[in-house]
Design a protein around this ligand. Structure first.
Ligand code: FO1
Length: 328
């Protein structure tokens, strides 16, 4: 079974580990691809930083800092201290020594002319990830946050320096109109038996992937059922600040609102199925009139077992909606 996941960051990393765990336990042949958000990426000290990718890479490799949710474990910050003295890195953005190794290797390869896709392949080859990571696009589409009464700032400055406290009125991915899906991303969608939208930030992690010209069309043209997993449980984010991002674009922070935001394929949207937490079971009936088949299951991923079970629930819903579609 070919499973393609869309998303980025910590929630996506946990979910993809669950998909990998479930697939391995099932003993069936499988291939897992992830189309990763690159709009969080930015340049610091002349190095290309790629947080949503690196969270996935390090988590799947088992070398991630599970407390902070980003960067490497067993980290030190000797070089970061030097960068502070030289003034080439903002004091509010910490780059660990091991993490810098990744950024230096990535930047070196980019300067040699490799595409982001090729860089992903080289970085991933170091560990047996059991998953193939693809950038949504090889173009730079950094998210900038539109701030009321001020100039736009890079997403990372808004998110890390200002902890999303500056009043955002929107998010724009720079030059995205000129971007195209990375070749590997389109192939992963075309070969998929199931496409899963990870419980990532719908605005700044999933949104930019879908906004790459041609990506949404590729998903809608795909024969695979598309099932999403809500990152909002009982009206609150699991982690991060998706609630602030949702409010900035006028959406309430609820599993129902995000389901409507992605939309049902039956009404021109993206989803064939939508998983909400058992605490949000009311959303199942609320979404039915919109043509969206939602299902309430436990969404909390606390360990390998609960993450694998969530993956199994998502695949089961995909199978059920595919059967229902065939029946019509
Ligand atoms: N997040 C922080 O809150 N503080 C940091 O100093 C920080 C450094 C950092 C370095 C590399 C990296 O890949 C991610 C880093 N993050 C940091 C996380 C990142 O800014 C955001 O969590 C993601 O972009 C949100 O998806």
């Amino acid at each position: 079974m070919n499973i393609t996941v869309i998303g980025g960051g910590v929630g996506c990393a946990r979910f993809v580990k669950g998909v990998r765990e479930h697939a391995q336990r099932s003993g069936r042949d499988h291939r897992i691809d992830v189309v990763v958000n690159t709009a969080d990426d930015w340049w610091v000290s002349g190095l290309r930083i790629a947080p949503d990718h690196d969270s996935l890479l390090y988590a799947l490799a088992g070398v991630n800092d599970t407390v902070r949710g980003w960067g490497r474990d067993d980290e030190s910050e000797r070089v970061a201290a030097e960068l502070q003295v030289w003034g080439t890195a903002p004091e509010w953005f910490t780059l660990g020594d091991l993490d810098l190794g990744t950024h230096i290797a990535r930047t070196a390869w980019l300067r040699e002319g490799l595409s982001v896709s090729e860089v992903y392949r080289r970085l991933g080859a170091r560990w047996d990830l059991g998953v193939t990571l693809h950038p949504a696009t090889d173009a730079e589409i950094d998210t900038h946050v539109l701030i009321e009464g001020a100039e736009p700032i890079h997403f990372q400055e808004w998110w890390v320096r200002h902890r999303a406290h500056l009043p955002a009125t929107g998010f724009a991915q720079r030059d995205i109109a000129d971007a195209a899906p990375a070749p590997g991303a389109l192939e992963a969608i075309a070969r998929a038996d199931v496409v899963l939208i990870a419980p990532s930030n719908p605005v700044v992690s999933v949104g930019p992937v879908l906004a790459v010209p041609g990506m949404r069309d590729a998903l809608l043209a795909a024969s695979a059922p598309v099932v999403g997993v809500s990152g909002i449980i009982s009206g609150a984010v699991v982690r991060g600040m998706a609630d602030v991002c949702l409010a900035a674009i006028g959406l309430e922070t609820s599993a129902e609102a995000v389901g409507r935001h992605y939309g049902a394929r039956a009404t021109g949207g993206l989803l064939d199925g939508w998983l909400v937490d058992t605490s949000d079971a009311h959303a199942v009936d609320a979404l039915a009139p919109a043509g969206l088949t939602a299902r309430a299951v436990p969404l909390w991923m606390r360990d390998a077992d609960s993450s694998a079970r969530l993956a199994a629930d998502a695949l089961a819903l995909a199978a059920d909606v595919a059967l229902a579609a065939d029946a019509h």
